[in-house]
Design a protein around this ligand. Structure first.
Ligand SMILES: [Zn+2]
Ligand SMILES: [Zn+2]
Length: 180
């Protein structure tokens, strides 16, 4: 068994739309390479920094990446039964020299380790739907303007209001007529 530690710059697009490892930032890989009958078993962790934004208020936030992965590498061009004990070290070092192969594995592991709905704080109140103000900064924030959903209800009741005023208008007219 062999242990390898490396710090590599993060490749592009290591993450999702909301949060991820900034391209070029250091990702620390701690790997354990184990020769097994089938090939080389790589068990490792990737740690580093995540940058993203709160899904509720869009405030920038930072998290720590701690991803674990395991992958079995089959030696190329060799009959797997031919991997003799004395070749174990050679296999491992060949793999070690070509850590680029780890990228797809790393990518999958990182995506799995990302927080699904990162929030700046558990009780983040999000943004005001009307003006976009961050409600956590200003919990009393409100608008006097009527909520559009209530405004729609008011419109529904408006015609009967008008009908009422029309009625009184007619009555007034009738009263005027009676005076004449
Ligand atoms: Zn937030
Ligand atoms: Zn507002």
């Amino acid at each position: 068994m062999r242990k390898v530690s490396r710090s590599l710059p993060a490749p592009e697009g290591l993450g999702n739309e909301v949060i991820g490892v900034p391209e070029g930032s250091a990702v620390q890989l701690d790997l354990r390479l184990e020769a097994v009958v089938e090939g080389v078993l790589v068990t490792g962790t990737a740690t580093g920094g995540l940058a993203g934004e709160c899904v509720r208020c869009l405030e920038p936030l930072e998290r720590k990446l701690d991803a674990e992965f395991q992958e079995l590498y089959y030696p190329e061009g060799t009959d797997r039964h031919a991997v003799a004990e004395d070749e174990e070290g050679e296999e491992a070092s060949r793999l070690e020299g070509d850590l680029f192969d780890l990228e797809p594995v790393l990518r999958d592991a990182v995506v799995l380790a990302l927080p699904l709905q990162p929030v700046c704080q558990e009780d983040c109140l999000g943004l005001c739907s009307e003006c976009g103000a961050r409600l956590t900064d200003d919990p009393d924030h409100h608008h006097d303007a009527v909520d559009p959903r209530w405004a729609a209800l008011q419109e529904l009741s408006a015609p009967s209001f008008e009908a009422g005023s029309n009625d009184s208008g007619t009555q007034q007219g009738a009263a005027e007529n009676q005076e004449k």
